[in-house]
Design a protein around this ligand. Structure first.
Ligand SMILES: *[C@@H]1O[C@H](CO)[C@@H](O)[C@H](O)[C@H]1NC(C)=O
Ligand SMILES: *[C@@H]1O[C@H](CO)[C@@H](O)[C@H](O)[C@H]1NC(C)=O
Ligand SMILES: *[C@@H]1O[C@H](CO)[C@@H](O)[C@H](O)[C@H]1NC(C)=O
Ligand SMILES: *[C@@H]1O[C@H](CO)[C@@H](O)[C@H](O)[C@H]1NC(C)=O
Ligand SMILES: *[C@@H]1O[C@H](CO)[C@@H](O)[C@H](O)[C@H]1NC(C)=O
Ligand SMILES: *[C@@H]1O[C@H](CO)[C@@H](O)[C@H](O)[C@H]1NC(C)=O
Length: 492
């Protein structure tokens, strides 16, 4: 396994947002291009904290763990909406979904909501060479079919050519035929083009780093990996790391009694895969056969380990090119299942700007549709330890004052075919959720998609879970808390 970047790397490891690692040198606040820090932003698709650095005992992720070991790792980082396109547009613009007005896959914020600046655009405007490799913006109309070019990037973004096979019939089933399966360990020499998208992205990113080695300008390189998003299409040798007999079942796979039906995600995307279809699993609640549950977990973990080796190659290149000591590495997922302080992905923009010594965009007014450059998140600079500075500016806030906000749309009160990903016009209900260190509190309220208006007096359902006594969120206390007791329950 390659050894990832050592030295003064920085990184912001983030899962559902999760982490930031940084060791800042004293020269980092300078503002001349000669000693400006480069940025390597690694974005992973659907990675939850199934990593050694988050205490997972089964998953092998030595490269990411090593990155985390000299980084600031966020333990409680939350995405603003757990869907690829809305989440990415939110954290890349530093605005919440209610400001980007993107809850689905069908609009481009610059024409639909406001001409908001993006993180790479801001670095580009400050003299950086900005480059995109793989899935950074969600492809399609949400980034105007160009990954927001030319605004965000100095060159046209790179997409791996083998990406087009991700959802095609390239998985060898027990019947010897090729299928479009959920579980898809492959022999890489046998697949179309003899490679996989994330391998190609790593190769391209390494080539760009080599070019940047001699560049007079600092760089901002964003690398977006596709795995471990479904389908689990990965080199089959990674499966051997996880013998089926060693795979435990999810600790809490039952649907909790007190869960309001509007909150349930019927995982329609998974049901469309050929191997899952063959199981004839009842809609919407399942269950999935226990053997298959184990296989899903095996392939998810194998995909994470495959991803981890790609991250290892990338960080080794940064080391070999002697760029590690002048590059801030930020690592994040667009979402995953949620697992120090609470932070939100929307804070990535002001934090990266602050770490690089650029002016931190001002706080957004409300509303802020007319303002191109402002931040809805926080500058998390104070979380980073300045190892080389005598004075330690780490000033933890009062954790009880911290809140992370998320939201999720639904087309109906009961699970149906489009519950996971309703189009804007079909959104009837919006779930607004706050997470504090003590509890998660969610209200599902009426939503008008023409006006983008939530009606908080039209409450469809509510959820309240206490973090310490109910970590898996099995006991919904919302109804117990009605009639005036809620305030008392939530008092710290
Ligand atoms: C949106 O912002 C970009 C980048 O600053 C700028 O080039 C463009 O003219 C703006 N578009 C509008 C309609 O204001
Ligand atoms: C989106 O792309 C189209 C086609 O390339 C282009 O004409 C249009 O100006 C782009 N939109 C913005 C806001 O740049
Ligand atoms: C599987 O579990 C056994 C028993 O705990 C252990 O000895 C073995 O190392 C495990 N295999 C792997 C690949 O983790
Ligand atoms: C699928 O399951 C339903 C009900 O659970 C049953 O009625 C149906 O016959 C099954 N179909 C197949 C092909 O097994
Ligand atoms: C980074 O390390 C390289 C090689 O060790 C060295 O030449 C260079 O001066 C260092 N840069 C900084 C900013 O410390
Ligand atoms: C650094 O320089 C750029 C371009 O001259 C300027 O826009 C930016 O505000 C400066 N940043 C700081 C922190 O002074």
């Amino acid at each position: 396994m390659p050894t990832p970047a050592s030295g003064r790397g920085f990184l912001w490891l983030s899962l559902v947002l999760s982490s930031v690692c940084v060791a800042l040198g004293s020269e980092t606040q300078a503002n001349s291009t000669t000693d400006a820090l480069n940025i390597l932003l690694i974005i992973v698709d659907d990675l939850r904290p199934s990593l050694g650095c988050y205490g997972d005992k089964l998953v092998r992720s030595p490269n990411i763990d090593q990155l985390a070991s000299h980084s600031l790792l966020f333990q409680n980082a939350f995405a603003q909406q757990a869907v690829c396109a809305p989440s990415r547009v939110s954290f890349l613009t530093g605005r919440r979904p209610d400001t980007t007005r993107l809850y689905d896959f069908n609009s481009y914020w610059r024409v639909h909501a406001g001409n908001f600046s993006t993180i790479p655009q801001y670095f580009k405007e400050n003299g950086y060479v900005t480059m995109s490799v793989g899935k950074v913006f969600h492809p399609g109309i949400t980034s105007n079919h160009t990954d927001d070019s030319p605004y965000s990037w100095s060159f046209p973004p790179y997409h791996p050519s083998s990406e087009k096979y991700e959802n095609t019939k390239t998985c060898r089933g027990p019947d010897g035929e090729l299928h479009a399966n959920l579980l898809c360990p492959v022999d890489v020499v046998d697949v179309p083009e003899g490679t996989l998208p994330d391998k190609q992205s790593t190769e391209q990113a390494v080539q760009l780093l080599e070019k940047m080695k001699t560049s007079a300008s600092p760089f901002f390189l964003a690398v977006g990996y596709h795995k471990p998003h479904i389908p689990f299409r990965y080199p089959k040798e990674f499966q051997k790391l996880y013998p089926l007999e060693n795979i435990t079942l999810a600790p809490d796979s039952e649907v909790p009694d007190g869960l309001p039906p509007v909150a349930y995600n019927p995982w329609m995307d998974i049901r469309q895969r050929e191997d899952v279809q063959a199981l004839n699993i009842s809609v919407p609640y399942g269950p999935i056969p226990v053997d298959f549950q184990r296989k899903i977990r095996q392939s998810y973990f194998a995909s994470v380990s495959y991803l981890d080796t790609q991250v290892g190659h990338l960080l080794s290149a940064l080391d070999d090119l002697q760029l590690a000591n002048s590059t801030i590495v930020a690592f994040t997922s667009d979402h995953g299942r949620q697992s120090m302080d609470l932070v939100e992905l929307v804070s990535l923009f002001p934090t990266l700007a602050g770490l690089a010594g650029l002016q931190v965009p001002p706080r957004c007014p409300v509303p802020s549709f007319h303002v191109e450059l402002c931040r809805e998140g926080k500058n998390l600079l104070k979380h980073f330890r300045f190892r080389d500075l005598e004075e330690d500016p780490y000033l933890p806030g009062n954790p009880r004052e911290l809140i992370a906000y998320s939201q999720y749309p639904r087309p109906a009160d009961f699970p149906q075919w489009n519950s996971d990903k309703p189009s804007l016009k079909d959104i009837k209900i919006m779930g607004y959720s706050i997470r504090t260190i003590d509890y998660r509190y969610t209200v599902w309220v009426g939503f008008n998609p023409d006006e983008f208006l939530a009606n908080f007096s039209d409450i469809h359902a509510g959820e309240l879970y206490f973090v310490d006594s109910d970590p898996f969120q099995d006991h919904n206390m919302y109804n117990d808390s009605q009639g005036g007791d809620l305030f008392q329950l939530l008092m710290p």
